[in-house]
Design a binder for this molecule. Structure first.
Ligand code: UFG
Length: 467
């Protein structure tokens, strides 16, 4: 007997994946809808690996209401929804406000629509301490006034809370708890899941771990002239697993009817503030590694200091954060190391040998295959990756008269295509001209464009993460 089904939107993301693990451990069945815009399918496998339980995964965009409706209609008796799916980069939201408002607001509206349509009663919503701006009184309580948002991202969280309040007020069968997160960091103790920032990290801890790993030269500390003991800004850092557990407690509270209001709001932090400098020093203590730091100017939009008054969550939810800062940082580091080792292995899989290259070229040569320009490009790339042939002209002649049979096995075919994608990368991306070449081979291998795109995405991501 399970405790019932929970739909987790954005469940392949950083907080979503850790919450899915805790839900499964607590006896729930988990359905995930995620468009993988900021995550990866392997995270779903990892959630299953950690828990030994199956996840019902649907790769879909929450903006597509018809699709979401179709997915939800296939399950009956969903007990609740935890809605994580949203864009979250503060800086990007300033540049692309419409994108942020559309994605974060319309997805919430679609969630509320399916809840009403299918009678799903309970919603846990991912909110943020960003709604407080720079609070006048610290630690900040849930009663503190909501300040004008400093970014469209922050505004989407404020608006979302208002939309939920209005919706549960109007519908007596709906209940919701919004959790205002402080700064989640760290990773699951298995080091199988963790934060996967795309490109250069915006957040402090991923930047610290990438610097420790040698991917970044130095950590820039944004300002040491704040009115704080060491001059650097203060935040309330909370272990992502502690945060994940708060969702389970919130959900259980609504399911067992223990909520006091139809819409409740809780701060989810540790109640402690730490400065940027303290984080860096504690990371050094936890790992024994040195981090090169450089003090630079303040980052626009940053507040000086914030940490949570967590007494309401302690009292009402019976929840409090348990994992100490040192463990938060060592788990973040363990995840960084494990993830890098995995991607290296994955990359090595694509290491091209002469035999593979020969077969690949033979496939490409066959009827209406690669043109002269493409062949030239590929030979040069092969040379770059260290394929050595005594006489390229002779070799090319031999290859062009050699017929390589398309493998029966789909995995093997995908490996050839992955080899080609690997060669087609220029500056970490597959550009249009090279893409057309990949499409030709995909066609011969009977791999559809959608699968080709997935392979490209995966390989581009690996490159980016190693850049
Ligand atoms: N910082 C640096 N160097 C870096 C990155 C960050 O010094 O390279 C500093 C920041 O200036 C800030 C602190 O580290 O003082 C924490 O920065 P983060 O970007 O990790 O976190 P923020 O508190 O700025 O942002 C987080 C979430 C947002 C959310 C915000 C407030 O990432 O989604 O908390 O809730 F809006």
């Amino acid at each position: 007997m399970t405790k019932g089904k929970i739909l987790v939107t954005g469940g392949a993301g950083y907080i979503g994946s850790h919450t899915a693990v805790e839900l499964l451990n607590d006896g729930y069945e988990v359905i995930i809808i995620d468009n993988l815009s900021n995550s990866n399918r392997f995270i779903i496998d990892r959630i299953q690996k950690i828990t030994g339980k199956k996840v019902f995964f649907h790769q879909e965009d929450l903006l597509n209401f018809a699709k979401v409706e179709q997915i939800v209609s296939a399950y009956n008796n969903i007990k609740g929804i935890i809605h994580f799916a949203a864009y979250k980069a503060v800086g990007e939201s300033v540049e692309k406000p419409v994108l942020y408002y559309e994605n974060n607001i319309v997805s919430l509206l679609n969630v509320l629509k399916v809840m009403t349509l299918f009678g799903i009663p309970n919603l846990v919503f991912s909110s943020s301490c960003t709604v407080y701006g720079q609070p006048d009184i610290l630690p900040v309580t849930e009663e503190a006034p909501i300040k004008k948002a400093l970014s469209p991202y922050g505004n989407t969280k404020q608006i979302a809370e208002e939309i939920i309040a209005d919706t549960v007020y109007a519908n007596k069968n709906l209940f919701s708890i919004a959790l205002r997160y402080f700064n989640p960091i760290g990773a699951h103790e298995s080091a199988l899941i963790g934060e996967l920032p795309l490109g250069i990290p915006n957040n402090l801890v991923p930047f610290v771990t990438q610097t420790a790993y040698g991917l970044r030269e130095e950590l820039k500390i944004f300002g040491n002239d704040y009115n704080t003991p060491d001059g650097t800004a203060i935040r309330d850092y909370i272990h992502v697993v502690d945060l994940a557990k708060a969702h389970i407690v919130a959900l259980n509270r609504m399911i067992s009817g223990n909520n006091k209001e139809s819409f409740e709001i809780f701060n989810i932090g540790t109640g402690n503030g730490n400065s940027v400098m303290e984080i860096v020093n504690e990371f050094k203590n936890a790992t024994g590694l040195d981090i090169k730091c450089n003090i630079v100017g303040r980052r626009e939009g940053d507040i000086e200091q914030v940490w949570a008054d967590t007494s309401l969550a302690n009292m009402e939810l019976g929840w409090n954060a348990k994992i100490p800062l040192r463990e938060m940082l060592s788990s973040a580091w363990n995840w960084e190391k494990a993830y890098r080792a995995d991607s290296k292995q994955e990359k090595e899989k694509y290491n091209l040998n002469l035999e593979h290259f020969k077969n690949l070229m033979a496939l490409g040569f066959s009827n209406n295959g690669f043109n002269a320009e493409e062949i030239n490009f590929l030979v040069n790339k092969a040379k770059d990756v260290g394929i050595s042939v005594a006489n390229w002209d002779e070799w090319m002649k031999e290859v062009s008269s050699f017929t390589f049979q398309i493998p029966q096995n789909m995995d093997e075919r995908e490996e050839y295509l992955a080899d080609l994608v690997h060669l087609a990368m220029v500056d970490g991306k597959v550009h249009q001209t090279e893409y057309d070449m990949c499409l030709k081979l995909a066609d011969k291998l009977e791999i559809d464009a959608e699968n080709l795109d997935k392979i490209i995405k995966l390989i581009e991501k690996l490159w980016k993460n190693d850049a």
